[in-house]
Design a protein around this ligand. Sequence first.
Ligand code: FAD
Ligand code: GLY
Length: 379
Amino acid sequence: MIVIGGGVIGLTAAWRLAERGASVVVLERGRSGSGTSHVAAGMLAPVAEADPQEEQLLRLGIDGARDYPQFIAELRERAGLDPGYLRCGTLMVARDRDEAESLEREHHVRQRLDLQVSRLRPTQARALEPSLAPTLRGALELPDDHAVDPRTLTSALAEAVRHDGGRVREGAEVQALEIDRDAVQGVRLASGERLGGEAVVVAAGVWSRGLAGIPDEVQVPLRPVKGQILRLVDPSGPGLLTRVLRMRPTYVVPRGDGRYVLGATMEERGYDTTTTAGATFELLRDAMELLPGLSELVLDELSAGLRPGTPDNAPVIGPGLTEGLFWATGHYRHGILLASKTAELIAGAVLGGQSVPDVVSPLRFARELSLSKLEADAG
Ligand code: FAD
Ligand code: GLY
């Protein structure tokens, strides 16, 4: 069984397949965990990022967050490494009157969806997080939105794959899938090596789309959504912030040891991953307005990653129209949150022929693409 891509999704899927006794190899062109997963903040934020228009996706995210403690416990046991999970909770905060009104609307939406959320007065929020600026206008507490460090998570996942008998091959770039008579036969690497396999899981993040050998009409539509993000360190140790802080579109994520992640932009600029002075300025300006202590931190890293976005923002998980070809991509802003859920669905589909929920099925695009091709062919 072949998994293309050693990001959080490919590694988690490979681990769950190996755990159930499958012979699995992960093919990663660079180092495992070095793609978008390396850049991600690691929020497990189904409630903070809830969109009432995407309720099925929201419920999937809530399931994913609920299963995380068990996932982490199993991973820690299998990998012998700490995956960096922090049960910290989240505060959504408002800086001015407009934002306070918008927060009020956000509160109602979440209440209507029966999500865990409570309204805090500024004094209550500052009692929880004393570094918040006195200008704070209001806050919502989301006690179940936590965080994980995606870098330690992917290291632990690679170890878990190996522990359970799978292989992670780094520097192994897949050049093309080999498909014959609508069935997968294996893959060809850039080195020229061929690997046979009756099941191939495509988990190459936003690069899943460009893989050669997959016919156009069964490809899934993905677009890169760039996110610039900063990593900061407090030389005096932890304490500035203990919860994730969200002030749309910006957020600050504590790692619990004096390290913080400040993100992120949302930009549609193709595959560009440069970092810019303007984005850095805006992220710092927005965050420092409510967390002035950030100005004392050491700037450790600027980076940018590409979120794999689909037209409906939901991931693409499970079998498509080609026999033996399984998709595990398109996780957009929630790949870290949905990794375990995705792996469970992939293992069920690959090994047990189980179906996946319609909201994530690749067939929703295959149908659209076939229809548009038929229309184009008809002239
Ligand atoms: P990737 O991590 O990109 O892995 C794909 C891998 O495939 C790469 O390692 C790549 O090298 C490899 N590959 C590509 N082509 C080939 C090939 N031909 N052959 C072999 N290997 C190949 N999500 C959350 O849940 N919470 C967050 O807080 C969060 N924050 C984010 C912040 C930012 C700034 C960004 C950009 C994203 C964030 N995300 C977050 C989203 C999350 O990072 C992604 O959804 C997730 O990392 C996607 O994982 P993946 O394994 O599909 O892709
Ligand atoms: N989920 C956070 C981000 O995509 O920036």
